[in-house]
Write a protein that binds this ligand. Structure first.
Ligand code: HEM
Ligand code: HEM
Length: 193
């Protein structure tokens, strides 16, 4: 089993990051929409936002580590894609990184606008770097728009992955699900695509 990515597909670490984050992001979207509708007397009025913020900070950390991991690994080959598909895949993958980063930071800014830190499951606090009362509302509006944008991009991305799998019968989805074959080729760092 490959731990690192190879030319033929994603290793265990990238696959765990991808699927853990995909599930968590969709769950966070549903949790966010549900929690903003809770009234003061709901037993989840405090705990739901606490969980949302805590998972969000774990995702921010995971995003940074995932990006570093991606940069120090071989890039699985996209030779089987057409030039247009290659451009679209590049735009979608980097679009995800940018949108997710902005989404997570906007969530952090809503939560810390009053100068309070974000508690991560009560284990530790992430301190506020700004104290800008009034920032909650614009940051909240941006957060909502970015959350919808991430979900729309994820839907397009999932449809494209399923199209490659079902119609084109390519290995694109398999290599993100079960990884590259054990005889896979690797690229040395410094000789990357
Ligand atoms: C994948 C990451 C995230 C997703 C998909 C997400 C999604 C959402 C959604 C859909 C809402 C409801 C917006 C509305 O209808 O007004 C929301 C609200 C909220 N989110 Fe997130 N969020 C994420 C990360 C975070 C993070 C990292 C934090 C803070 C550390 C955070 C803090 C908040 C807060 C405080 C609200 C309530 C805003 C309000 O009361 O208007 N979120 N989020
Ligand atoms: C919110 C959900 C999702 C996010 C944020 C996401 C993000 C990404 C990103 C950033 C990549 C680039 C590789 C990397 O950096 O690790 C990627 C690759 C991939 N994703 Fe997703 N993804 C999501 C959901 C899905 C779903 C639901 C599917 C399948 C139905 C899927 C299938 C794939 C496949 C097959 C690849 C590899 C593409 C290639 O080899 O060029 N993803 N995803």
């Amino acid at each position: 089993m490959h731990i690192r990515d190879t030319l033929d597909g994603y290793g265990l670490i990238s696959r765990l990051f991808h699927w853990f984050m995909a599930v968590a992001i969709v769950a966070m979207f549903a949790l966010g929409l549900w929690m903003v509708g809770l009234d003061y007397y709901s037993p989840y009025y405090n705990s739901a936002p606490d969980i949302h913020r805590s998972v969000g900070m774990v995702l921010l950390f995971a995003l940074v580590v995932r990006l570093i991991w991606r940069m120090v690994n071989s890039k699985p080959s996209d030779a089987e894609l057409s030039p247009l598909e290659r451009k679209a895949s590049f735009a979608v993958h980097w679009g995800f990184y940018l949108l997710l980063f902005a989404l997570l930071i906007s969530g952090y800014l809503i939560s810390t606008a009053d100068g309070a830190p974000v508690s991560v499951f009560g284990w530790f606090d992430v301190p506020a770097i700004t104290k800008l009362p009034g920032l909650e509302t614009p940051a909240g509006n941006i957060h909502r728009i970015l959350a919808y944008a991430v979900i729309v991009l994820a839907a397009i991305h999932a449809i494209a992955a399923l199209k490659h799998h079902i119609i084109d019968r390519s290995e694109i989805l398999t290599r993100m699900w079960s990884g590259p074959k054990s005889s896979s080729r690797t690229l040395e760092k410094g000789n990357q695509q």
